[in-house]
Design a protein. Structure first.
Length: 71
């Protein structure tokens, strides 16, 4: 990656290098507050969907869920 890399981008790159398909999107809840939704899936490990107030927080939670999944 070139230039200024954000920590959430490093998490995405690491997940993709480990075989995960992942991405994120921003939306708003009913009161207009932003919500970031992160998702990752891999055929041999299932899928995960998380949401948080910030993109970094969503990917940190996603990374944690994947690392703590049952074997």
């Amino acid at each position: 990656m070139h230039g200024h890399v954000k920590y959430w981008q490093i998490i995405i790159e690491n997940l993709r290098n480990a075989g995960w398909n992942c991405g994120s999107m921003a939306t708003t809840h009913g009161k207009g507050r932003p919500i970031w939704v992160g998702a990752a899936e891999r055929s041999d490990a299932g899928g995960f969907i998380v949401h948080a107030d910030q993109e970094l927080a969503a990917f940190l939670e996603l990374e944690s869920a994947i690392q703590n999944r049952p074997a």
